[in-house]
Design a protein around this ligand. Sequence first.
Ligand SMILES: Cc1cc2nc3c(=O)[nH]c(=O)nc-3n(C[C@H](O)[C@H](O)[C@H](O)COP(=O)(O)OP(=O)(O)OC[C@H]3O[C@@H](n4cnc5c(N)ncnc54)[C@H](O)[C@@H]3O)c2cc1C
Length: 454
Amino acid sequence: MLHSIRLSVEEKVDILVVGAGSAGCCAALAAAQNGRYSVMLIERYGFPGGSSTQMLDTFYGFFTPGETPRKIVGGWPDQVVDALDAVGAVFLRPNTYGAGTGVNYNPERLKAIWDLLLARQGVRYRLHTTLIDVVGENEGYSCIVWSKAGFGKISARRVIDASGDADFSHLAGFGYEVAGEKEPAQSMTTTFRMSNVDLGVYEQAGGKKMLMQRMNEAVAAGRHALPRKEGSAHEMNARKCISTVAVKVAGFSGLEADALTSAEIEGRRQAFVYEKFFQQEVPGYEAADIIGLSHQIGVRETRRVYGQSRLTKEDCMSATIGADSILLCGAPIEDHRATPGGGTETHWEYIPGTGIYGVPYGCIVPEGSATAWVVGRCFSATHDAHASCRSMAQTMSMGQAAGFAASQSLELDESAAQLSVRSLRNTLYENGAVLEIPVSVADISRGGWANNKH
Ligand SMILES: Cc1cc2nc3c(=O)[nH]c(=O)nc-3n(C[C@H](O)[C@H](O)[C@H](O)COP(=O)(O)OP(=O)(O)OC[C@H]3O[C@@H](n4cnc5c(N)ncnc54)[C@H](O)[C@@H]3O)c2cc1C
């Protein structure tokens, strides 16, 4: 393809990060930290954050679930939350079950925070730019991108694939598993936000317990055809607004445009079924309306690259932290499955023992790679391990590790596969990452991040 297109621009950078989701932004921030290398971050949409700003408002994975929560993530992910905290755009949602305590933020503010942090680190950050092809070079890759100006070529000595769908790895010829190939792929969700909710009335009427009961009654009586009688409808960091993760769309590929079109249409249809239910059946929602649907349908998994290591369910359930770990995870397996009858269910499985496991460095190195890494929801994991290790505190941590690794590999002239993981872990430690089980239980009832609730 490279030969048949006219290039409007050709550029060279040391490190290119593809995709400005939670993983890609943290990768670029870490890669640019020492200021030695030119770092470029490209993103196909007009704003940063990926799922973190397109459809969500809660970082899970900072804290382990259960009665004795521990904070197991630090470094750049902390700096992101600190920056949100500084503008009053974050509060904690304590929770002992589910995925544990959530760090709830204002997603529109988060877009501006990502902008600010990237600018401060001197990242060359380019929106409205889509990776469409890749050609291997002696050292690194030529990445062909498309924007309104036409086609461009970015030659990079190191590349971090943070595209969520492993677009770079696919185009560069690395191996991967497509979700649905072995186990059923997780379902998709169009999230939506409602305004003018009277949360006082809602809580007085019984809150979440009441909501679940009303859902069951409404479906049983045939009043509302809700596709799922569970999910999260939670307070946002914006007055009288709630955010909802309830829609479930199963059985569509997240990689094919026709299938994605059908999924988007179905997701929107379901969202308005929920709106009517909320307005008619849930105290506090009588005058509430949907004010925003997710920018696109939320796709939980598509391509998962085969890495030097592969995180498996057994690794998660062994609750061990190896000497090659680059981040920790304590989130349960949360598998949003399709059921044979056409419905969906969520399967939960908690990590036993310490409740915490380590993710090996090899899970972010595509098999056979010398100069590329893969982070975020397309990292190397089996379906069920991925269902545990996909929360944003973990995707940000993977990004941070890959950013430091790319910078280290240039500095020490190491290949991705041969990189000294000991040095990388030292850098991670020095920069606040958590790589061992914290001795003390996190106090989530007070402290900076908890104070900004409206
Ligand atoms: C419905 C849903 C609910 C979830 N709920 C939560 C939750 O409440 N809390 C939580 O912590 N986690 C949650 N998760 C999981 C979590 O959101 C994701 O695993 C995580 O955000 C993935 O981050 P990422 O950076 O790897 O990918 P993404 O956020 O998908 O970012 C990838 C970025 O790359 C860009 N991109 C893609 N292809 C290209 C290309 N070719 N060229 C240029 N740019 C490209 C995309 O536009 C995007 O910005 C949820 C996921 C879903 C789908």
